[in-house]
Design a binder for this molecule. Structure first.
Ligand code: SAH
Ligand code: SF4
Length: 355
């Protein structure tokens, strides 16, 4: 069905609503509660894009739905495929004209989709392309899950991602409510049914939100972008550290790990001459010694407008070896799709951002 874009403003988007919200809505429309579940299954299991497809729903209700509701989809603007690996960067347009990027990555038998949670980012980390573009607005839960659904629709043939990472544009925990909603819709049995353990949310370390995340109890993974071993260096790289210094972030991460029963992933972007010394590596092991964690080293992806550089491979290896005294395995994360500027944290849409 071609939804007339002009009229969607007054219509309700059925995507992004949780079962209890949809139940309330259908009851307001004079329908029985179970219709909500039926709608959810059409939306997320059968991936219906219009109401005509919903053959087990009475024609009269379908007509009603067409008048009052719509099913959102993101508009795909461009797809850029990497020449180095199979990574694909998707540029989507939102209803208000803002544009966001999502990434599809292949790794052995994993198919990972990296989603954005905000248009731009307000956190201003100085090594990050998204941080440099500033902040326009939060994404809605529908806009977050539509990235995954849009990419899977593009893959065709019922192909699904095996993993989802919230590591695209924006800070997920600064858009807490919509991120949580998107996570529930992704994991719910009536939703997209992605296994919680296959999803990872990456935060720069908003300590109170990490604690809230632990209390919410979702079994999805958490990654914390530490990126420095002293407050002095972290203050320089990530302005947020002045509000939530290392000694607040790590206990929050530990609390999450203990409550959820999973190890927290510590992400550490290695920047030449800034945080890549053997002393840093030793200090990192020390400050993480009592945090149930995994460590991911990410050699800095050089970006336009920044004078930071990636360390030499030997320097990365030296750092990795020291860290390996504390951890069994220390993956050095390959930068997928470097040539198309698609590596997570490198997303920066080339197009104008509406503010
Ligand atoms: N806002 C969240 C998630 C998005 S950024 C966060 O900060 O965690 C995802 C990851 O990309 C973070 O670990 C961040 O430190 C990293 N990153 C940002 N810019 C990068 C760059 N230029 N090179 C390598 N990693 C980068
Ligand atoms: Fe935002 Fe994460 Fe980039 Fe920092 S690293 S500016 S929090 S997207």
């Amino acid at each position: 069905m071609n939804i007339c874009l002009m009229s969607t403003e007054t219509k309700i988007n059925l995507k992004g609503l949780e079962l209890h919200e949809l139940e309330k809505l259908v009851q307001q429309w004079g329908q029985e509660r179970f219709r909500a579940r039926q709608l959810m299954l059409w939306l997320y299991h059968k991936r219906a894009t219009n109401f005509d497809e919903m053959t087990d729903i009475a024609k009269s209700f379908r007509a009603d739905l067409m008048e009052k509701a719509y099913i959102s989809q993101l508009k795909l603007i461009t797809k850029t495929k990497s020449a180095i690996d199979d990574t694909v960067k998707y540029l989507f347009e939102l209803q208000d004209g803002n544009r966001i990027e999502s990434v599809l990555m292949y790794d052995q038998n994993r198919v990972t989709v990296c989603v954005s949670t905000q248009v731009g980012c307000a956190q201003g980390c100085v090594f990050c392309a998204t941080g440099m573009m500033g902040f326009a607005r939060n994404l809605t839960s529908a806009e977050i899950i539509d990235q995954l659904m849009g990419i899977e629709a593009d893959l065709g043939g019922g192909k699904k991602a095996t993993n989802v990472v919230f590591m695209g544009m924006g800070e997920p925990l600064a858009n807490y409510k919509q991120t949580m909603k998107a996570l529930r819709l992704m994991t719910d049995p009536e939703g997209l049914m992605v296994a919680a353990r296959k999803i990872t949310v990456s935060t720069l370390g908003l300590a109170p939100k990490i604690k809230a995340f632990a209390n919410d109890g979702l079994k999805v993974g958490l990654a914390v972008s530490l990126n420095a071993t002293t407050n002095e260096v972290r203050n320089r790289l990530m302005p947020v550290n002045k509000r939530y210094p290392i000694e607040e972030v790590l206990p929050a991460a530990k609390e999450w790990a203990l409550k959820i029963g999973r190890r927290v992933t510590i992400e550490y972007v290695l920047i030449r001459g800034v945080n890549d010394s053997p002393d840093d590596a030793h200090r990192l092991c020390q400050i993480l010694h009592d945090v149930p964690s995994k460590l991911n080293l990410i050699p800095f992806n050089e970006i336009e407008g920044s004078s930071f550089q990636r360390p030499e491979p030997e320097r990365v290896e030296e750092f990795r070896e020291i860290a390996a005294s504390r951890y069994y395995v220390v993956p050095v994360r390959l930068s997928r799709g470097r040539d198309i500027v698609a590596a997570c944290g490198q997303l920066r849409t080339q197009y104008r951002m509406e503010t």
